[in-house]
Write a protein that binds this ligand. Structure first.
Ligand code: SER
Length: 587
């Protein structure tokens, strides 16, 4: 069985049980600032889990691409990955534990499913604590299906409770399914600590909502959310020794062997697997239709860490220049039938990998020399100043330095690093603010009108190009506005025209502009964009332009959008890496 067959088998099975098969969502969550990446199939479905009606009904199934970096240190063992595909099925206020468990068992063991021998399966259920009781029902259902008591572990919240995906949201007890991937026969009793028991599937029974104070309330509707790890299922189905030894990774590993001339063998499993995993994740993040570029912020930072870590291991194996892009080509070719966006975004993927290689390649050697020196002098702990210098001057992500240090049993003062980082941010922000003050050349009416137009334009750009667009700087005179924003390629003529149209629509709508003073937290809650931190002090001004814009800003602005005239973009060009610049006028 290969991955395509497995995806199909799962989706066909649940379609036959009246589930609508829905498309997977983007890896970059829309309208959800609580997480950086889509971490599970349930994530894009949160509104429906909370009660909104799904247009396709109450039973859904799909295959969702996911990124999780929480287990990044375990990447390279037999089962951990930062990118993976999750097969999932959902009941939105429809069936609950009984049907969910029966369906899972049937899919795992029957011929129309995976046909796994039941005597190699084990299960875990929630043991209960002060917030919620032992999951008696799930336990009883497994017993009813013939599972011996010794194969059902009762585990605490840290193991058998799922969610929420972000700080708040739906969550509940879960029951997990494990497969024995070790020497036969499988042991009679299930020991969750034994790594030969591979967790492959998780049925979550969403009954609770966790609020921002950490309190649980009972959800009005009960849902089932399940997630079956595709790579792990494929691994156990095909008897592979690890997820990296499945057909999904074989071409990637072969390509690395070809590039480095170093055979994939036990002594370098870990390096190989890290390169393969991280470049696969990076290819999917870059190749998403909402793909982001490497940067020092948010998703871009996670991406940068993955790429730089992969690059370092490739360099240790003496890979030639542009090896990352060459590996990415193989990943795109292997996956583009299932994920056509990778084909669409291929050039962006390879260009970004090459650019990051160039940026980091220039400083890596020098940085490694300095790092070696710092570590030699480091008597047990690396000074935070040194870790920060490696970051600031040589582009070493903290985790990267920590990894180098750990190889020599040296600790890194991460708190100290973060303190220096915050100080540095505050300083550069002060710089940016200075520039921003100069950003408005004067307080003339013409300049003020263009300032208001800049807000409308930012909102339009985010609508047209995606929410990864943020303001990077501006300079506004009475004649024109100049505006820098994060975005990684030239805008198409259609995108420029659509941006102009949206701004002019807002002007035609004659929207009164209001200003309110509020706390940063409330501003954020209300959906305002801008820089959310304490540099503004306790109270910030939020300028609202009807449905068109809401931004934290010092002003000034005109009273009504109708005062602006006609908006026109006269130029769109590169400003610096990952940043575009627009010049626009009002006529
Ligand atoms: N959300 C659950 C998980 O990630 C089930 O899909 O395991």
């Amino acid at each position: 069985m290969n991955a395509a067959e497995l995806r199909k088998k799962f989706l066909d099975f649940f379609a036959s049980k009246d589930h609508a098969v829905i498309a997977g969502a983007s890896l970059i969550p829309e309208n959800d600032p609580s997480v950086l990446f889509t971490t599970a199939g349930m994530h894009p479905l949160v509104p429906y889990l909370l009660g909104e009606k799904h247009p396709l009904g109450q039973r859904l199934a799909n295959c969702q691409k996911c990124v999780r970096t929480g287990d990044i240190d375990e990447v390279g063992d037999a089962t951990h990955l930062t990118f993976f595909e999750m097969l999932g099925n959902w009941s939105l206020n429809d069936y609950f534990k009984e049907t969910a468990i029966r369906n899972s068992f049937e899919f795992l063991t029957s011929a129309r499913g995976l046909g796994l021998p039941p005597d190699r399966l084990a299960f875990s259920v929630f043991a209960g604590d002060e917030t919620a009781p032992f999951d008696h029902e799930a336990h009883g259902l497994w017993i009813g299906l013939g599972v011996p008591e010794a194969r059902i572990a009762r585990l605490p919240k840290k193991d058998n409770w799922w969610g929420p995906a972000g700080q708040t949201g739906p969550c509940g007890p879960d029951t997990e399914m494990f497969y024995w991937n070790g020497p036969l026969p499988a042991p009679a009793a299930f020991d969750p600590a034994d790594k030969n028991w591979v967790e492959i599937w998780n049925d979550v029974f969403m009954q609770y909502f966790k609020d921002k104070d950490g309190a649980y309330s009972v959800l009005a509707q009960k849902n089932v959310d399940t997630g079956l790890g595709l790579e792990r299922a494929l691994c156990v189905m095909t008897g592979a020794a690890s997820v990296y030894d499945t057909e999904l990774f074989r071409p990637i590993i072969r390509k690395i062997e070809e590039l480095t001339g170093v055979p994939y063998a036990a002594k370098n499993f870990k390096a190989y697997r890290i390169v393969a995993d991280h470049l696969r994740a990076a290819t999917f993040i870059l190749g998403d239709d909402r793909g982001v570029a490497p940067s020092n912020m948010d998703q871009g930072y996670v991406l940068r860490r993955l790429i730089r870590r992969a690059y370092r291991y490739l360099m240790q194996m003496n890979a030639p220049a542009k090896s990352m892009a060459a590996v990415a080509e193989v990943i795109v070719a292997h996956y583009q039938d299932a994920y056509p966006e990778l084909g669409r975004n291929r050039d962006f993927v390879t260009a970004q990998l090459n650019r990051e290689e160039e940026l980091f390649g220039r400083t890596l050697d020098a940085g490694m020399k300095i790092a070696t020196k710092y570590l030699e002098n480091a008597r047990g702990a690396l000074a935070p100043e040194d870790a920060f210098r490696l970051y600031d001057t040589y582009g070493f992500p903290l985790e990267f330095t920590q990894e180098l240090a750990a190889e020599k049993n040296i600790a890194v003062d991460a708190d100290g690093f973060h303190r220096l980082y915050a100080e540095h941010q505050a300083k550069s922000r002060a710089g940016a603010e200075q520039k921003f003050k100069g950003g408005l050349a004067d307080n003339s009416e013409a300049t003020t009108r263009l300032h208001t137009a800049a807000h409308l334009m930012l909102r339009a750009l985010r609508q047209v190009l995606g929410e990864s667009v943020f303001q990077r700087g501006s300079n506004i005179t009475a004649e024109r506005l100049r505006f820098d924003f994060s975005f990684d390629r030239k805008m198409t003529p259609e995108e420029i025209a659509e941006t102009e149209r949206l701004v002019n629509e807002a002007i035609a709508a004659k929207i009164p502009i209001t200003c309110s003073e509020t706390s940063v937290a409330e501003a954020k809650e209300s959906g305002a964009i801008g820089v959310f931190d304490s540099k503004y002090g306790a109270v910030v001004k939020v300028y609202s332009m009807g449905p068109y814009s809401k931004e934290i800003c010092g002003g000034p602005h005109v009273g009504n959008t109708s005062e602006l005239g006609t908006f026109k973009i006269v130029k769109e060009e590169a400003s610096s890496a990952g940043v575009r610049r627009i010049k626009a006028v009002l006529t």
